[in-house]
Design a protein around this ligand. Structure first.
Ligand code: CTP
Length: 407
């Protein structure tokens, strides 16, 4: 109970109630969270009001319930509601409301609120078995999981139609305890110092040309943004990318492997967590010509020499890092098989001296460079977290959850 008070105390929770019979049970969820010290703000659909009156939620939460996209004043109610929320819960989540979240629709106050929130979202589905098992719903749930949404239930039991089967919303206590766990996890980065690298490096051949790679920087940027959102102080050492720096993150530019090395080492000793998401060149031209190499001089001989392995250096020289800090490496691998991916990640964990390695597949259509998704596994000395196909944001969330667990 003490833990629950700690998890909910002072937290702003958006509770979205949609039109399912289980709406009456969500009254208990609102009541429990309010009693545990949360600032509960309820938004309901018109159909939800057929099951529970808005007065009930207003009385329990101590705030008016949002039911319309429009207000008489100048404020935008769903934006007011969403802003600053620590957690949003959709319960009961009907098949229709889930589909709307997936599609990014905003045609009522509830869907607009869920499109606006930037905090973690917990979904508690409730529907008839056939709807739950429909490929459309299965697809939608997979999309939400891939985007890093948290999902609790459904479970099997009596349904409103009088049948028995899968699709019943989990009990209120389970929603409350799941919410507490998410809140505890997501606020666990408050005040922690993160050093994250992102993007590809460029190794000069001459003032015009370089050796580079396909890294877009997206993974590291999403990680930096999400860590900052969870309260961490983030320094992002960025190689080449076209991305806009995330709000609230300090960006240090680094072009070559050597510049990235110097920038990382300048900040490593303060960092509680170092995440090396950058694609660093393993080799560079031994000599970068001072002036442009001319075509008429014929094909140049470019001799390559190794760059410094930043991750390995950090992993094997404890003096460079904060004692007790966590070192996370990435491994971009072209293997197709997940078991091989795990093996390669374990190998990199060993040789680099890292605490965690995220291995993702590259060279396949839906994973790796320049695409929004990854097929990934997260390996530590004791565990393997198999993520399957996830968006880069979904991967960032899972990785930060795992890091929070280690911290
Ligand atoms: N890395 C680094 N410095 C380098 C090369 C890589 O810090 N000079 C880091 C990357 O940021 C990443 C990890 O090492 O976190 C693994 O990078 P990857 O390119 O997958 O592996 P390599 O060590 O380069 O090995 P290989 O290319 O043989 O797979």
């Amino acid at each position: 109970m003490q833990d629950l008070h700690e998890a909910f105390g002072g937290k702003k929770i958006v509770l979205g109630v949609t039109g399912g019979i289980a709406a009456y049970k969500v009254v208990q969820v609102a009541r429990d969270m309010a009693q545990l010290g949360a600032d509960v703000r309820v938004v309901m659909t018109r159909s939800a009001e057929r099951f529970v009156g808005q007065q009930t939620f207003a009385a329990l939460s101590g705030h008016p319930v949002l039911t319309s996209l429009f207000s008489s004043g100048a404020d935008v109610p769903h934006v007011e509601l969403a802003r600053g929320a620590d957690l949003a819960i959709l319960a009961p989540a009907t098949a229709n409301s889930i589909a709307k979240v997936v599609a990014g629709m905003a045609d009522d106050s509830l869907s607009a609120t869920f499109l606006t929130v930037t905090c973690p979202v917990l979904i508690a589905p409730a529907m008839h078995t056939e709807m739950w098992q429909n490929p459309a719903t299965e697809h939608n749930m997979a999309v939400l999981a891939g985007r890093g949404y948290y999902i609790v239930g459904p479970t099997s039991g009596a349904l409103s139609s009088g049948d028995e089967g899968m699709g019943r919303m989990v009990e209120p206590a389970e929603i409350v305890s799941e919410a507490a766990e998410i809140l505890a996890r997501t606020s666990s980065l408050t005040g922690k110092r993160f050093l994250i690298t992102a993007g590809g490096t460029r190794e000069a051949i001459d003032p015009v040309r370089y050796i580079g790679n396909h890294s877009s920087g997206r993974m590291g940027y999403v990680l930096a943004e999400e860590a900052a959102r969870r309260g961490a102080k983030v320094i992002l050492v960025s190689g080449s990318t076209h991305l806009i720096p995330p709000v609230g993150v300090e960006v240090v530019k680094a072009s070559s492997a050597q510049e990235m090395h110097d920038a990382v080492l300048a900040h490593a000793s303060d960092a509680d967590v170092i995440v090396k998401a950058a694609a660093v060149a393993d080799f560079r031209p031994e000599i970068a010509a001072d002036s442009k190499l001319k075509k008429d001089a014929g094909p140049p001989e470019v001799r390559l020499v190794p760059t410094v392995d930043i991750l390995k250096e950090l992993g094997h020289s404890s003096g460079l890092r904060k004692p007790g800090g966590i070192l996370v490496g990435f491994a971009a691998e072209t293997v197709r098989d997940e078991e091989q991916l795990v093996e390669l990640a374990r190998h990199k964990l060993e040789i680099k001296g890292a605490d965690m390695v995220v291995a993702n597949q590259v060279g396949v259509p839906d994973s790796g460079f320049e695409v929004p998704t990854n097929r990934a596994v997260i390996v530590t000395r004791t565990d393997v977290d198999r993520l399957g196909l996830v968006t880069k944001l979904g991967l960032a969330k899972r990785l930060l959850d795992d890091i929070a667990g280690l911290l």
